[in-house]
Design a protein around this ligand. Structure first.
Ligand SMILES: [Zn+2]
Length: 308
Protein backbone atom coordinates (compact mmCIF):
# COMPACT_ATOMS: atom_id res chain seq x y z
CA UNK A 1 0.00 0.00 0.00
CA UNK A 2 2.68 2.44 1.09
CA UNK A 3 4.71 2.05 -2.09
CA UNK A 4 1.65 2.88 -4.18
CA UNK A 5 1.22 6.18 -2.39
CA UNK A 6 4.92 6.89 -2.87
CA UNK A 7 4.34 6.94 -6.63
CA UNK A 8 2.26 10.08 -6.07
CA UNK A 9 4.88 11.91 -4.10
CA UNK A 10 7.97 11.03 -6.12
CA UNK A 11 9.93 8.29 -4.34
CA UNK A 12 13.41 9.33 -3.30
CA UNK A 13 12.66 12.76 -4.74
CA UNK A 14 9.45 12.88 -2.69
CA UNK A 15 8.22 16.44 -3.04
CA UNK A 16 7.11 16.49 0.58
CA UNK A 17 10.51 15.54 1.90
CA UNK A 18 12.37 18.34 0.20
CA UNK A 19 11.68 21.59 1.99
CA UNK A 20 13.30 23.62 -0.81
CA UNK A 21 10.16 22.97 -2.87
CA UNK A 22 8.11 24.95 -0.36
CA UNK A 23 10.12 28.00 0.61
CA UNK A 24 8.98 30.40 -2.10
CA UNK A 25 5.61 31.21 -0.60
CA UNK A 26 5.98 34.39 1.47
CA UNK A 27 2.39 34.09 2.71
CA UNK A 28 3.19 30.76 4.34
CA UNK A 29 6.81 30.97 5.44
CA UNK A 30 8.56 27.69 6.06
CA UNK A 31 9.07 27.30 9.81
CA UNK A 32 12.18 25.15 10.30
CA UNK A 33 15.11 24.89 7.92
CA UNK A 34 15.40 21.37 6.56
CA UNK A 35 11.75 20.49 7.16
CA UNK A 36 8.71 21.31 5.01
CA UNK A 37 6.89 22.85 7.95
CA UNK A 38 4.58 25.66 9.12
CA UNK A 39 3.56 27.03 12.49
CA UNK A 40 -0.12 26.67 13.19
CA UNK A 41 -1.60 28.77 15.96
CA UNK A 42 1.87 29.86 17.03
CA UNK A 43 2.73 26.82 19.10
CA UNK A 44 2.12 23.78 16.91
CA UNK A 45 4.58 22.85 14.20
CA UNK A 46 2.95 20.95 11.34
CA UNK A 47 5.76 19.22 9.54
CA UNK A 48 6.88 16.52 7.12
CA UNK A 49 8.56 13.60 8.85
CA UNK A 50 12.13 14.28 9.95
CA UNK A 51 14.84 11.82 8.94
CA UNK A 52 18.09 10.78 10.55
CA UNK A 53 19.88 12.55 7.73
CA UNK A 54 17.89 15.80 8.15
CA UNK A 55 18.32 15.72 11.92
CA UNK A 56 22.08 15.67 11.47
CA UNK A 57 22.35 18.02 8.53
CA UNK A 58 20.21 20.80 10.02
CA UNK A 59 21.04 20.26 13.70
CA UNK A 60 17.33 19.67 14.30
CA UNK A 61 17.58 18.68 17.95
CA UNK A 62 19.12 22.01 18.91
CA UNK A 63 16.80 23.82 16.54
CA UNK A 64 13.81 22.22 18.29
CA UNK A 65 15.15 23.15 21.71
CA UNK A 66 15.77 26.72 20.59
CA UNK A 67 12.10 27.00 19.64
CA UNK A 68 10.97 25.34 22.89
CA UNK A 69 9.64 22.48 20.74
CA UNK A 70 9.70 19.84 23.42
CA UNK A 71 7.33 17.17 22.13
CA UNK A 72 6.86 15.26 18.90
CA UNK A 73 3.68 13.49 17.88
CA UNK A 74 4.25 10.95 15.12
CA UNK A 75 1.13 9.87 13.22
CA UNK A 76 2.87 7.40 10.89
CA UNK A 77 2.69 3.64 11.01
CA UNK A 78 5.78 1.44 10.97
CA UNK A 79 7.50 1.11 7.62
CA UNK A 80 5.41 3.68 5.79
CA UNK A 81 6.55 5.30 2.53
CA UNK A 82 9.76 3.25 2.49
CA UNK A 83 10.89 4.71 -0.83
CA UNK A 84 10.29 8.35 0.00
CA UNK A 85 13.04 10.81 0.82
CA UNK A 86 15.68 9.30 3.05
CA UNK A 87 13.62 6.12 3.47
CA UNK A 88 13.17 4.10 6.65
CA UNK A 89 15.65 3.44 9.42
CA UNK A 90 15.36 -0.34 9.91
CA UNK A 91 16.20 -0.06 13.60
CA UNK A 92 13.07 1.98 14.35
CA UNK A 93 10.72 1.34 11.43
CA UNK A 94 10.47 5.10 10.95
CA UNK A 95 12.52 7.62 9.00
CA UNK A 96 14.41 8.52 12.17
CA UNK A 97 15.19 7.12 15.58
CA UNK A 98 12.77 8.56 18.16
CA UNK A 99 15.54 8.00 20.74
CA UNK A 100 17.57 10.75 19.08
CA UNK A 101 14.96 13.20 20.35
CA UNK A 102 14.04 11.39 23.57
CA UNK A 103 17.65 11.19 24.74
CA UNK A 104 17.74 14.98 24.52
CA UNK A 105 14.64 15.45 26.69
CA UNK A 106 12.15 15.87 23.84
CA UNK A 107 9.01 13.81 24.46
CA UNK A 108 7.87 11.45 21.74
CA UNK A 109 4.41 9.99 21.13
CA UNK A 110 3.37 7.63 18.34
CA UNK A 111 -0.31 7.43 17.32
CA UNK A 112 -0.08 6.00 13.84
CA UNK A 113 -2.90 5.24 11.49
CA UNK A 114 -3.02 4.55 7.77
CA UNK A 115 -2.16 7.35 5.35
CA UNK A 116 -5.14 9.22 3.85
CA UNK A 117 -7.48 7.52 6.32
CA UNK A 118 -9.13 8.59 9.59
CA UNK A 119 -8.85 7.15 13.11
CA UNK A 120 -11.77 6.46 15.46
CA UNK A 121 -13.22 9.40 17.38
CA UNK A 122 -11.96 7.96 20.65
CA UNK A 123 -8.43 7.65 19.19
CA UNK A 124 -8.60 11.24 18.00
CA UNK A 125 -9.77 12.39 21.42
CA UNK A 126 -6.77 10.64 23.01
CA UNK A 127 -4.40 12.30 20.55
CA UNK A 128 -5.75 15.81 21.08
CA UNK A 129 -5.66 15.30 24.83
CA UNK A 130 -1.97 14.42 24.59
CA UNK A 131 -1.41 17.40 22.32
CA UNK A 132 -3.20 19.66 24.82
CA UNK A 133 -1.03 18.27 27.61
CA UNK A 134 2.18 18.67 25.62
CA UNK A 135 1.41 22.34 24.91
CA UNK A 136 0.93 23.32 28.54
CA UNK A 137 3.27 25.85 30.13
CA UNK A 138 4.16 27.61 26.87
CA UNK A 139 5.77 24.54 25.36
CA UNK A 140 5.52 23.83 21.66
CA UNK A 141 4.84 20.57 19.87
CA UNK A 142 5.73 19.18 16.46
CA UNK A 143 3.10 17.04 14.76
CA UNK A 144 4.09 15.00 11.74
CA UNK A 145 2.88 12.23 9.49
CA UNK A 146 4.57 11.67 6.16
CA UNK A 147 3.99 14.98 4.38
CA UNK A 148 2.56 16.75 7.42
CA UNK A 149 -0.63 17.65 5.55
CA UNK A 150 -3.36 15.01 5.83
CA UNK A 151 -3.23 13.26 9.18
CA UNK A 152 -1.30 16.15 10.73
CA UNK A 153 -3.86 18.72 9.57
CA UNK A 154 -6.66 16.48 10.82
CA UNK A 155 -5.19 16.27 14.32
CA UNK A 156 -4.54 19.99 14.58
CA UNK A 157 -8.05 20.89 13.39
CA UNK A 158 -9.54 18.49 15.95
CA UNK A 159 -7.31 20.02 18.63
CA UNK A 160 -8.79 23.45 17.84
CA UNK A 161 -12.27 21.99 18.25
CA UNK A 162 -11.40 20.19 21.49
CA UNK A 163 -9.26 22.77 23.20
CA UNK A 164 -10.32 26.12 21.78
CA UNK A 165 -13.97 25.39 21.10
CA UNK A 166 -13.75 26.15 17.36
CA UNK A 167 -16.40 24.74 15.09
CA UNK A 168 -15.22 22.40 12.32
CA UNK A 169 -15.35 25.04 9.62
CA UNK A 170 -13.22 27.50 11.56
CA UNK A 171 -10.79 24.77 12.60
CA UNK A 172 -10.25 23.63 8.99
CA UNK A 173 -9.92 27.21 7.80
CA UNK A 174 -7.35 28.03 10.49
CA UNK A 175 -5.20 25.03 9.65
CA UNK A 176 -5.32 25.59 5.89
CA UNK A 177 -4.67 29.27 6.32
CA UNK A 178 -1.33 28.48 7.91
CA UNK A 179 -0.53 25.38 5.87
CA UNK A 180 -2.18 25.14 2.44
CA UNK A 181 -3.08 21.64 1.17
CA UNK A 182 -3.70 20.49 4.75
CA UNK A 183 -6.46 17.90 5.31
CA UNK A 184 -6.15 15.98 2.11
CA UNK A 185 -9.28 13.95 1.53
CA UNK A 186 -13.02 14.54 1.63
CA UNK A 187 -13.21 11.79 4.23
CA UNK A 188 -10.74 13.58 6.47
CA UNK A 189 -12.69 16.80 6.12
CA UNK A 190 -15.96 15.07 6.95
CA UNK A 191 -14.31 13.44 9.95
CA UNK A 192 -13.62 16.87 11.45
CA UNK A 193 -17.31 17.78 11.30
CA UNK A 194 -18.18 14.42 12.84
CA UNK A 195 -15.59 14.88 15.57
CA UNK A 196 -17.18 18.19 16.47
CA UNK A 197 -20.53 16.41 16.86
CA UNK A 198 -18.88 13.60 18.82
CA UNK A 199 -17.41 15.82 21.50
CA UNK A 200 -20.33 18.26 21.75
CA UNK A 201 -22.33 16.19 24.24
CA UNK A 202 -19.19 15.19 26.14
CA UNK A 203 -18.38 18.72 27.14
CA UNK A 204 -21.86 19.69 28.30
CA UNK A 205 -21.51 20.57 31.95
CA UNK A 206 -25.17 21.06 32.75
CA UNK A 207 -26.59 17.56 33.07
CA UNK A 208 -30.03 17.01 31.67
CA UNK A 209 -29.54 19.05 28.54
CA UNK A 210 -28.70 17.64 25.17
CA UNK A 211 -28.04 19.25 21.83
CA UNK A 212 -30.67 18.62 19.23
CA UNK A 213 -29.09 17.24 16.11
CA UNK A 214 -28.46 19.94 13.51
CA UNK A 215 -29.67 22.66 15.80
CA UNK A 216 -28.24 24.92 18.42
CA UNK A 217 -31.23 24.44 20.76
CA UNK A 218 -31.48 21.96 23.60
CA UNK A 219 -33.65 19.01 24.52
CA UNK A 220 -34.25 17.91 28.07
CA UNK A 221 -33.25 14.28 28.45
CA UNK A 222 -32.99 11.66 31.14
CA UNK A 223 -29.48 11.95 32.45
CA UNK A 224 -27.98 10.31 35.51
CA UNK A 225 -25.04 11.44 37.59
CA UNK A 226 -23.27 8.30 36.45
CA UNK A 227 -23.73 9.28 32.81
CA UNK A 228 -22.29 12.68 33.52
CA UNK A 229 -19.24 11.35 35.36
CA UNK A 230 -18.64 8.85 32.54
CA UNK A 231 -18.68 11.66 29.98
CA UNK A 232 -16.29 13.67 32.09
CA UNK A 233 -13.91 10.71 32.25
CA UNK A 234 -13.89 10.49 28.46
CA UNK A 235 -13.58 14.20 27.82
CA UNK A 236 -11.17 15.49 30.46
CA UNK A 237 -7.66 14.29 31.16
CA UNK A 238 -4.68 14.69 33.46
CA UNK A 239 -4.83 16.71 36.70
CA UNK A 240 -8.17 18.29 35.78
CA UNK A 241 -9.76 14.84 35.48
CA UNK A 242 -8.40 13.79 38.87
CA UNK A 243 -10.18 16.75 40.47
CA UNK A 244 -13.54 15.86 38.94
CA UNK A 245 -13.44 12.09 39.06
CA UNK A 246 -16.40 11.95 41.44
CA UNK A 247 -17.77 15.48 41.16
CA UNK A 248 -19.72 17.06 38.33
CA UNK A 249 -17.50 19.79 36.97
CA UNK A 250 -20.26 22.39 37.31
CA UNK A 251 -20.13 21.97 41.08
CA UNK A 252 -16.37 22.30 41.12
CA UNK A 253 -16.57 25.44 38.98
CA UNK A 254 -19.12 27.04 41.29
CA UNK A 255 -17.04 26.17 44.34
CA UNK A 256 -13.95 27.68 42.70
CA UNK A 257 -15.87 30.84 41.98
CA UNK A 258 -17.24 30.95 45.49
CA UNK A 259 -13.77 30.53 46.93
CA UNK A 260 -12.36 33.22 44.68
CA UNK A 261 -15.16 35.58 45.49
CA UNK A 262 -14.81 34.99 49.23
CA UNK A 263 -11.12 35.75 48.98
CA UNK A 264 -11.72 38.89 46.98
CA UNK A 265 -14.79 39.74 49.04
CA UNK A 266 -16.17 41.43 45.98
CA UNK A 267 -19.73 40.26 45.99
CA UNK A 268 -20.57 42.37 42.94
CA UNK A 269 -18.16 40.46 40.77
CA UNK A 270 -19.17 37.21 42.34
CA UNK A 271 -22.82 37.52 41.38
CA UNK A 272 -22.00 38.85 37.98
CA UNK A 273 -19.59 36.04 37.22
CA UNK A 274 -21.93 33.27 38.30
CA UNK A 275 -25.37 34.56 37.44
CA UNK A 276 -24.69 37.34 35.01
CA UNK A 277 -26.68 39.89 37.04
CA UNK A 278 -26.05 42.35 39.79
CA UNK A 279 -26.72 41.17 43.32
CA UNK A 280 -28.20 44.54 44.22
CA UNK A 281 -31.35 43.56 42.39
CA UNK A 282 -31.97 40.78 44.90
CA UNK A 283 -31.74 40.45 48.64
CA UNK A 284 -28.04 39.86 48.69
CA UNK A 285 -27.19 38.36 52.03
CA UNK A 286 -30.05 35.97 52.20
CA UNK A 287 -29.56 34.69 48.67
CA UNK A 288 -25.84 34.48 49.01
CA UNK A 289 -25.97 32.42 52.18
CA UNK A 290 -28.69 30.19 50.79
CA UNK A 291 -26.73 29.41 47.63
CA UNK A 292 -23.55 28.87 49.56
CA UNK A 293 -25.30 26.42 51.88
CA UNK A 294 -26.88 24.54 48.97
CA UNK A 295 -23.61 24.12 47.15
CA UNK A 296 -21.77 23.01 50.25
CA UNK A 297 -24.47 20.46 50.86
CA UNK A 298 -24.29 19.05 47.32
CA UNK A 299 -20.53 19.02 47.42
CA UNK A 300 -20.38 17.06 50.68
CA UNK A 301 -23.01 14.61 49.48
CA UNK A 302 -21.30 13.92 46.19
CA UNK A 303 -17.79 13.89 47.51
CA UNK A 304 -18.45 11.59 50.43
CA UNK A 305 -20.42 9.14 48.37
CA UNK A 306 -17.71 8.80 45.72
CA UNK A 307 -19.12 5.59 44.18
CA UNK A 308 -22.45 5.52 42.41
ZN1 LIG B 1 6.54 10.67 -0.17
Amino acid sequence: MSSIYCMFCGGSNCKYENYQNWINDPKHPNAIEGLFSNWIGGNILATQRPSTNIIKKYDLINEFKKHNLLSIINLEEFGEHPNCGDGIDPSSGFSYKPEDFMNEGIFYYNFGWEDLKTPTYQQMLNIVQVLTFSLENDKKTAVHCHAGLGRTGLVIACYFIYNLGYNAEKAIHTVRNCRPLSIQTKKQQTFIYQFEEYIKPLKIIYPGFEYKTNSSSFDLIDFSLNDLLERQRIYYHGPELRKIKYIPIIILKIIEKLKASLLNTNIDEFYNSIFGFNYKTIEKNEEYIKIQREIKHIYIMVYQKKQF
